[in-house]
Design a binder for this molecule. Structure first.
Ligand code: G1P
Length: 902
């Protein structure tokens, strides 16, 4: 029997006895508000942010023994007690035995339904969980059915312990903060409103109320309440065998006020007698509210089974519609997996990197790099919101080409680092242009480059090497000129600054300095002498692409000169003497960053587009040539790869010496993607990666070989066990970017192998032990870890669309140049993709009855809506121009038939 089977075309799946696997959880959330995780035992937690946890915070390690979360008990007359989610001492003890309940979990985007059947008790419970769209509350609907052949009397009891405070208090003043709790029972539930939010730097009066409400499916209120943990579990009890459930003792009535205790939303409903096959439903609501007066009204909308069923349908439809991309690859399981991958960027936008059990990093928010990469997926799924997002995000760039790293909760809000940690991630400036380029291609909206935005300003100056002591909070977080005005520069100027400053910021080997780290956050111990060749390649690629973009700008808009801050003229210096000398480069950078360490002058200069273009191209070519000649490592058997890093001793990190082979994937990815690597070099890299990095069981291409050294002169990654996370795991994000780079350079079967192995590893449930989706990485045994919130998903989706199906924008035109392999077509030889482009819906069907590799022949014909013939691209592919797309009806889906073989 397959462990995970799909039950529709929108990713909904079914899995049996999921509680027998560790580390499984599903995200539940609203568009705003609550962010929850839920396990097959209904464990997990729920919060709105770091300081407002409804349920006690959990990380992956205490996820499986966390039983003080959602539970629903049945006391069955003459038999005993049973938990609908298996969270009872007895059920735990019987787990893995023949007496184990039969359980099945069905789940989809933001909902799950657990069905549990107990032979012993003759009961079936179906428990559906979701968060309302407005994020105000979690809804849990329990439907009990008497499966015995005789009548049974059941007394239902629900409990959701209310943690009701900041995650910081999980061990810091845990007891003291419970003394702040003010608890009140209402007609339908329990409300907890702490007096103040505990913070020794200055306590704040608290306005937030946490609640647990309940009713029967017909809307009747509970009979009695147990609003504290003490009352519910009893002396010496636990949430696995609570006293109230053992003894059915009475609690307190509505209208009771208590204080200073750990709170619980415990309640008992009137006993029911169910005939054979008869059912009864119960609804439990748990949420957080800033307006206590509204709780009664808000919960009233979910008081009956009918209301909740309708809300569930709305929730399902909402999230399913969010993923407006649909693949037909001939394998429905793959298509369903891809649905989850496309949903992952949505989840990351909501959960950031802090709020699911594996992702317990920091206190909320996302990093700069993630911000930009999540935009990639949005450009495909919700393009209309992305323009402003891009514009706002550029406001985080500093005038020295670095950027703010603390990102506020509102779009475009960047916060000065109060801790004065002057950490610079040297890859940060690379990503914005990558996203902007995709935006330009998808939309053709070159005007965005001329949009003017501010620069971020804080204490940091000179690329994290100095402080601007003249700066203070009164100055504010926007760069000013000597005249005291806030300075606005074009987005193009921001892009140029970011990439040009990086060009000069080099170390001893004339490669860009690593600073605090690059994409690999764990390469964080080579601040002084470390260099990242990997990202030197990446920036070289950017410089070349920016030049290309300027060409289009001039051609399309007629603009031949652009305005930049006068200080920037230094950055446009050129010449081999300068390029060859790390010292001269650093001197020049020092000059520039000194000039703008505090205010900038405020004057601007006009430079011809042609001049800048040539300048950028010259720099890009020099960089690539330099890397090709200095960093290539030749190994035996036609193998070879690029050295990607220098450590803090100034030594090359990668090499091939007898038995000691040190190879890292990152450097290869960016050498290939940027065009630095030549054809023959790519072949050698692929061969080496297959030999030294490939491990099918672990999901494909590892990040690096085993250095067998702690390497304190490069980063904490070498402290991680080999094969875990950034030290040599198959790290999905980099693996997918490897695939993307290979496809871009025409290495189709090599790219396909990368994508397919990742997917195969994830889909192999016996090993990966994860719900559908792409994990951040696979461990040595192939287990998928850090579910859902990985930047890999954006890249996977993007690669499938723009490279595999080859559907991409070219300055607003739609180009189709597929790279599918024969096995990616269905039995008829069709492959399909539905997506939105330029505000129009398209269903693109590739016909290939002979099942040849797409690129083996020319496209024979491509027609939109049976009438518009697509133009043929000079080399390969077809094109529907922006002009034609504009004439298409927005209300309907347009079918494009592309014939590859007949
Ligand atoms: C995570 C971070 C990403 C970082 C990467 C490697 O990747 O989110 O910014 O570059 O680790 O350190 P993700 O899980 O998003 O793929």
């Amino acid at each position: 029997m397959k462990q995970v089977e799909f039950i529709d075309k929108n990713g909904a799946f079914r899995i049996h006895n999921p509680e027998n696997y560790s580390g499984l959880y599903l995200p539940l959330a609203g568009e705003t508000g609550l962010k929850s995780s839920i396990t097959p035992n209904l464990g997990g937690d729920s919060k709105t942010d770091q300081n407002h946890f409804l349920l006690e915070p959990v990380s992956i390690e205490n996820l499986h023994n966390n039983r003080n979360t959602r539970n629903f008990w049945c006391r069955i007359e003459d038999k005993g007690c049973w938990s609908v989610c298996g969270s009872s001492a007895k059920q735990e003890a019987e787990k893995f035995t023949k007496d184990q309940d039969e359980s099945t979990l069905e789940a989809g985007f933001m909902w799950q339904k657990l069905t549990r059947i107990s032979k012993e008790y003759g009961v079936k419970a179906e428990t559906t969980s979701f968060v309302t769209l407005d994020g105000a509350m979690e809804v849990m609907m329990v439907e009990l059915t008497n499966t015995a052949e005789y009548e049974q009397k059941i007394t239902p009891m629900a409990v959701i312990p209310v943690y009701g405070r900041s995650a910081d208090n999980i061990r810091d003043h845990r007891h003291v903060t419970s003394l702040l709790h003010r608890i009140e029972t209402k007609m339908y539930g329990v409300e907890v409103c702490p007096v103040l939010s505990f913070d020794e730097r200055g306590h704040q009066k608290n306005q937030t109320t946490y609640f647990v409400y309940g009713s029967t499916g017909e809307g009747e209120a509970p009979e009695t309440f147990y609003p504290t943990t003490e009352m519910f579990i009893g002396e010496g009890g636990s949430y696995l065998i609570p006293e109230t459930v053992r003894t059915v003792k009475d609690g307190v009535p509505a209208g009771t006020k208590l204080q200073g205790k750990e709170a619980a939303g415990g309640m008992r409903f009137a006993s029911v007698t169910l005939k054979p096959q008869e059912s009864a439903a119960y609804l439990i609501l748990a949420g957080i509210s800033e307006d206590r007066e509204q709780i009664e009204k808000q919960t009233a909308a979910y008081r009956t089974k009918k209301q909740v069923e309708a809300a569930l349908e709305t929730v399902k439809k909402h999230w399913t519609d969010k993923v407006n991309v649909d693949f037909a690859t001939g394998d429905t399981a793959v298509d369903n997996y891809l649905k989850w991958i496309c949903f992952q960027p949505v989840l990351r936008r909501i959960f950031g990197c802090s709020f699911l059990p594996y992702h317990d990093y920091g206190k909320g928010g996302r990093g700069w790099r993630d911000l930009w990469q999540d935009c990639l997926a949005l450009l495909i799924m919700e393009p209309s919101v992305v323009r402003q997002m891009i514009v706002d995000n550029y406001g985080g760039v500093r005038i020295d080409g670095t950027n703010a790293t603390i990102i506020g909760s509102r779009q475009g809000e960047f916060i000065a680092d109060r801790n004065n940690i002057t950490r610079v991630w040297m890859d940060h400036a690379f990503w914005p242009f990558v996203t902007t380029k995709l935006y330009l291609d998808q939309t053709g909206d070159l005007n965005i480059l001329l949009e003017k935005v501010t620069y971020f300003k804080d204490l940091q100056a000179k690329r994290g090497t100095a402080h601007d002591n003249a700066w203070d909070h009164v100055y504010g977080n926007k760069q000013r000129t000597e005249g005291g005005n806030v300075y606005f520069g074009t987005i193009l100027e921001h892009i140029l600054l970011q990439n040009l400053c990086a060009f000069y910021d080099v170390g001893d080997h004339n490669e860009m300095r690593l600073h605090g780290a690059d994409w690999n956050d764990a390469l964080d111990m080579a601040w002084e002498r470390g260099e990242s060749v990997a990202f030197t390649c990446a920036y070289a690629g950017n410089l070349k692409d920016i030049a290309e973009c300027l060409k289009h700008l001039e051609a399309e808009t007629g603009i031949s000169r652009i305005e930049v801050a006068e200080e920037m003229k230094y950055l446009l210096a050129d010449g081999t003497d300068l390029y060859e000398s790390p010292d001269k480069k650093q001197e020049l950078l020092e000059k520039y960053t000194s000039l703008c360490a505090h205010n900038i002058k405020g004057g601007t200069i006009l430079i011809s587009v042609e001049q800048i273009r040539k300048n950028l191209l010259g720099k890009a070519e020099w960089l690539m040539q330099h890397i090709r000649s200095k960093e290539w490592i030749s190994a035996e058997d036609g193998m070879g790869w690029f050295n990607g890093y220098y450590d803090n001793h100034g030594n090359a990190v990668e090499y091939s010496k007898d038995q000691d082979v040190r190879m890292m994937l990152t450097g290869q990815v960016f050498a290939i993607m940027s065009g630095t690597a030549g054809e023959e070099q790519i072949k050698a890299v692929c061969k080496s990666a297959d030999r030294y990095l490939f491990d099918k069981k672990a999901g494909g291409y590892r990040l690096n070989t085993d250095f067998k050294e702690e390497k304190f002169d490069l980063g904490r990654m070498f402290g991680f066990a080999y094969g875990e996370k950034e030290n040599g795991a198959v790290f999905s994000h980099m693996a997918v970017m490897y695939a993307n780079a290979l496809y871009q350079r025409g290495f189709v079967s090599e790219g396909h192998k990368v994508l397919q192995t990742l997917l195969d590893a994830a889909m192999n449930f016996e090993n990966s032990k994860m719900y559908p989706g792409l994990p951040e990485y696979f461990d040595n045994d192939g287990r998928g870890l850090y579910a859902y919130l990985t930047g890999a998903a954006s890249w996977y989706m993007l690669t499938m669309i723009t490279e595999v199906f080859g559907v991409k924008g070219k300055l607003g035109d739609l180009v189709i140049a597929p790279s599918l392999l024969p096995e990616q077509f269905d039995e008829k030889g069709d492959a399909g993709l539905q997506l939105e482009f330029a505000g129009k819906k398209f269903h693109i069907i590739l016909h290939n009855p002979k099942k040849q590799s797409s690129r083996d022949g020319q496209i024979r014909q491509a027609v939109c809506d049976d009438q518009i013939i697509l133009e043929t691209e000079p080399e390969y592919g077809v094109r529907l121009s922006k002009k034609v797309i504009e004439t298409l009806d927005s209300g309907k889906c347009h079918r494009i038939d592309v014939v590859l073989s007949e």
